[in-house]
Each structure stands twice: as structure tokens, then as C-alpha cells.
Design a protein around this ligand. Sequence first.
Ligand code: SF4
Length: 344
Amino acid sequence: MNAWYNALLAWYHCAKREMPWRGHPDAYAVWVSEIMLQQTQVDTVRPYFTRFLAAFPTVAALAAAEDAPLLKAWEGLGYYTRVRNLRKAAQRLMAESSGEIPQTAEALRKLPGIGPYTAAAIASICFNEAVPVVDGNVARVFARRNLLTDDFTKEPNRRKLAAWLQPFINQVAAPGDFNQAMMELGALICTPRNPQCHSCPLRPQCQAAKQEVQADYPIIPKRKPLPERHADVVLLQERTGAILFKRHADERLLAGFWELPDLGTLPFNIENPKPCGTHRQTFSHFRQILTLFTATLPDSLPPLPDNYQWCTQPDSLPLTTATRKILATHISGKLLSHQKGRKK
Ligand code: SF4
């Protein structure tokens, strides 16, 4: 009973946070939560998870989901490839196994969007498979505990740590709890800044705490600055309040989402475009800098191509995050009065 992981498990059973997917008997729910939690904080995920499960309660419902409601349910979570892969995986499961979710990490990894971490999490939590997870939280805990200098953004180093953890997880009755305990410790106690070592169950073995070098671990490799992509977009609003949107052109990244149109490629001429703000957003591989314009509409408008629409209820559309933020900031009396002079 004196092994370090017993102290960790005892701590976990007292300290774990309540989460809507914890204790859920359904592997589908755990799968959805794990995909949402990739690159997204727990507190952000909670309401999305509940809404998503209400809209798509089963593998079959997800497999049959149309683009618009699916993207709407994910709107604001970002990294939209995740939800597309989720549906693709659900469709494959419906075709190959009547919607049944595989029970081993190895089989789970064959599904779109499921990497080693997610496969290990689902297999251990739902099916009790003894396979360790190594995410950023786990890597930080053990980099400090064992003074590891590996770069844990690299998959081979994560595999090496998983191999080190394997004999320990083999000895516990609930591998899912072992994994969740390590992740919870990294999220709540062994935090990136100011770890709470006095409350940590791993304190007796922790080399970083002993040498007071917690802040030096894990070693974070310097990242190259991200390239910047600039674009000019325009916020056009009719007297009715309808706003002009364009369907995103990229077939991969944000396909199916609507956004404000580019200033330079509108299907009609506008008058007096005026810059009225800048919006910045960081994606995984680049920084986007949008300059926002408003303008006066022409007296008569031509019919629009299929990829444009006027919409009075933007909330009904799946919108890009940048567009939602711009609308929240700029839809105001000032903008409306700028366009008030337009004749019908
Ligand atoms: S003792 Fe401190 S540094 Fe070591 S694992 Fe615990 S919280 Fe992290």
C-alpha cells in the first residue's frame, strides 16, 4: 500500500472535480468529452458537452448529423477538424460495427481523430485497459518528479514516459482512475506556475521539489514565431439589420462556417470603405490579423452568388470565432448610423 500511485489514487478520490462526463457509463460520452478536451480547458468544455450530448445523444445520431447543426454545436470550441473527425468515426462505426465503440486502445487508434492519448484515455476509463495516458499535465508532473529533460511535445518522448508508467498501471485495479489521477494532479496541484507542493501526494519522491527547481521543469523548447496572415473584411448591414456573410472558402479548416466577406472580392461595389478596427486571433500554425471596414451600400444590390447571404439572425448560422467576436464588438448604433443614408 506504500507505492506512490496508492498515495496518488487516495488523493484523487478526495480531490477530483465533478465533471458531467465523469462516472458516465457510456463510452460515447467519454469519447466526446475527450475530443472536446483536446486543446480546450475543462471549464469551457462543460456547457458544450451537455449541449452536444443533448443534440447528438448516440453514435447513430452523430453519424447522421447534418453539417450546420453539427458545426453550430461546436461553434466557439475551435479546431473544427475535431468534430468532423468525430462524425467520420461515428459513420465508420455505424457501417462496420452497428455503432459499437472498440474496447482497446489499439482498435480505437484506427478511428479518425483518435491519437495515442485519446485512445488510452477511453480504453482505460471505459474498458479498464491498463494503458497509461501521457498528456501535457502528466508530462509536467513526471518531468518534475523524475527531473526529466525530454521535450514532451515529441511523440517518442511521450511514448518513453508511457513505457515507464506501464508497470505501475499494471498493478492498479482501476487503470482509468490511475490515468485521471495523474491528469488531475497536473491540472490542480502540479500546475505550470506555482505548483502546490505542500498538498502533493508525490512530494516524498519529487526530485524537483527536493532541489527547489520546479520552475525549471519541464523543459519547454523555444517555438519559432508564428507567421502572420493579414486580411481586410467588411461589415455590411442593410436597413433591415441583415448582415452580409460569406461561406468560408477553405475546404478543410473552416468549411461550412460563415464569416464577414473579404473587402476585395465582394460581388458588388461599395462606397467609402472606412477602417473601423482590427481583430487578432492565434491559430495553431499562424496568427490572423483582420482589418475591419464598414462602407455604404449601393442603391440597388444584384442577386448574390450561392456562397453569400444576407442574414438578420447571425446566431442561427455557424460563424467563425473571429466573426462572432467582431459582431459582438461592432454591431452598434454607430455602425447603423454610418449606413443610414443609403436609399432603397
Ligand atoms: S511535489 Fe510539487 S513539483 Fe513535485 S510533482 Fe508534486 S506539485 Fe509537482
